[in-house]
Design a protein around this ligand. Sequence first.
Ligand code: F3S
Ligand code: F3S
Length: 87
Amino acid sequence: MPYVITEACIGTKDRGCVDVCPVDCIYEGETQLYIHPDECIDCGACEPECPVNAIFPEEDVPEGMRSFIAINREIFDSDTPPGRPKK
Ligand code: F3S
Ligand code: F3S
């Protein structure tokens, strides 16, 4: 069960999560950052680093934001996949 970045990242993009991810599986898109679901090792390090609480383990994503589980997966198969985070 990977971790998932949700709505609060949009417009915030704090990037505090990026520095603590041991496998560099957090990528940046136009509007928010995304966790690659197949690369995430489920360590939990990123979750407390987000000042707006945008990160949840997949099983704990709040009801109204469950669509972000698919969004974090499908963005990597899109025509404009997210890339390495900008510093
Ligand atoms: Fe976004 Fe929070 Fe990371 S705002 S970039 S998920 S620290
Ligand atoms: Fe990375 Fe661990 Fe989060 S692998 S995306 S810091 S759960």
